[in-house]
Design a protein around this ligand. Structure first.
Ligand SMILES: CC(=O)N[C@H]1[C@@H](OP(=O)(O)OP(=O)(O)OC[C@H]2O[C@@H](n3ccc(=O)[nH]c3=O)[C@H](O)[C@@H]2O)O[C@H](CO)[C@@H](O)[C@@H]1O
Length: 366
């Protein structure tokens, strides 16, 4: 099939799109693929690095408050629909898929008015603004959490698919990649990170807890987020940076290959991270971001912690002490780790990419 995929802004919208493309290629289902994003978004780097054709449109998200800036946003939206129609006319897709973020709104809408089948993928427990808007026009809405059903009035369009990134990570075996980060290959390992862009409060609590981690009988992979890295390193005493027990990195490009080597993941509760974690059954501690629309990360996290697969620290309770105690409590208790892992796997969707592909094939072959 000829397919246009669009999703961006943060990794949580991009990696599911990339996982879908990867699986379509593995199954030899792609005749040609084009990714539509913005030049400024994280997608520009990730998609270009993967060698996938990439076309940009200029578009911005609405400000929630009434401001004059929104006039510019409307102008850009209209011009990006015109550009999207041209892209569609030239590429002639059989289907267009949007995975969220405002960038996907123009191309998916333009596909709808050009009578091309359309699908959106909603990763979260609370639907994003773009997907709520697009829901009126698209043919199918693929969801990753059953809870989100209530958010859409277009019930007949809903299909539960999970998040394609789950299937991408589940096939990768433990492969001792931790040595690349100066950590031991077989020592129990905790990764602390704040989603695709890093999170300052998590970074600060981790820096303050370093003293305790220095002597722990497990090691710490601390991923700060690219924009925070220099500041974090400046704040850390060099004895921690030289320690064999702690590795500090700005970003991990090959996350699927690292995940099987981890015993505990601590971080934000972005939906794509959750899909990866539950596909593999990795115990987790979530510190939901309170800065996202409708506090959706708390709802995401609760769907995992409510079944005993993760612990939850509200950001308002996050300190070096609470962070260390939660991590240490889990790392000292192997039976708890096993129990969390079993419960986590039960809610994982390891065949999510194939489920989503079935939705696409049903539309294309209609
Ligand atoms: C602040 C914000 O708006 N966050 C949203 C964003 O999160 P964010 O972009 O952080 O998304 P997720 O936590 O869902 O996913 C992060 C992705 O980035 C990858 N990764 C992360 C760090 C790293 O060093 N290397 C790497 O590859 C992870 O493996 C994962 O695939 O999109 C998610 C999915 O719609 C939402 O649920 C989040 O609420």
């Amino acid at each position: 099939m000829r397919i246009i995929v669009s999703g961006g802004g943060t990794g949580g919208h991009i990696y599911p799109a990339m996982a879908l493309i990867k699986r379509l290629k593995e199954r030899d289902l792609i005749e040609d693929v084009l990714y539509v994003g913005t030049e400024k978004g994280l997608e520009s780097k990730i998609v270009k690095n993967a060698g996938i054709d990439f076309k940009t449109i200029e578009i911005r998200g609405f400000k929630r408050k009434l401001t004059v800036e929104n006039v510019k946003v409307v102008e850009l939206f209209l011009s990006s629909i015109r550009k999207s129609k041209k892209i569609i006319k030239d590429f002639k897709p059989d289907i267009v898929v949007g995975t969220g973020g405002y960038v996907s709104s123009a191309i998916v809408y333009a596909a709808h008015v050009s009578h091309i089948p359309t699908v959106i993928h909603e990763q979260n427990t609370i639907a994003g603004v773009t997907n709520k808007f697009l829901a009126h026009f698209v043919d199918k809405i693929a969801i990753a959490f059953p809870d989100v059903v209530d958010q859409f009035s277009e019930k007949k369009k809903l299909v539960f698919a999970g998040n394609p990134r789950a299937q991408e990570v589940v096939d990768i075996k433990k492969n001792d990649r931790l040595k690349e980060f100066n950590l031991e290959a077989n020592k129990p390992t905790v990764m602390i990170f704040g989603g695709s862009r890093g999170a300052k409060p998590i970074n600060l609590a981790t820096i303050e807890a370093m003293d305790k981690f220095l002597t722990a009988d497990y090691q710490i992979l601390f991923v700060t987020g690219r924009v925070h890295y220099d500041n974090v390193v400046k704040k850390i005493d060099s004895k921690y940076l030289k320690s064999a027990n702690i590795s500090v990195l700005p970003y991990i490009d090959n996350m699927p290959e690292i995940l099987p080597d981890l015993n505990l993941i601590v971080g934000r509760s972005g939906a794509t991270s959750i899909a990866e974690i539950t596909a593999l059954g990795i115990p987790a501690v979530f510190i939901p971001s309170p800065y996202v629309t409708h506090d959706h990360q708390t709802k995401n996290a609760l769907s995992v912690s409510n079944v005993g697969a993760a612990k939850l620290i509200p950001e308002s309770d996050l300190t070096a002490e609470s962070l260390f105690e939660e991590i240490d409590g889990i790392m000292r208790d192997e039976s708890l780790q096993k129990k969390m892992s079993v419960e986590s796997k039960k809610i994982g969707v390891p065949d999510a990419a194939d489920r989503l592909i079935k939705v696409l094939l049903d539309l294309v072959n209609k």
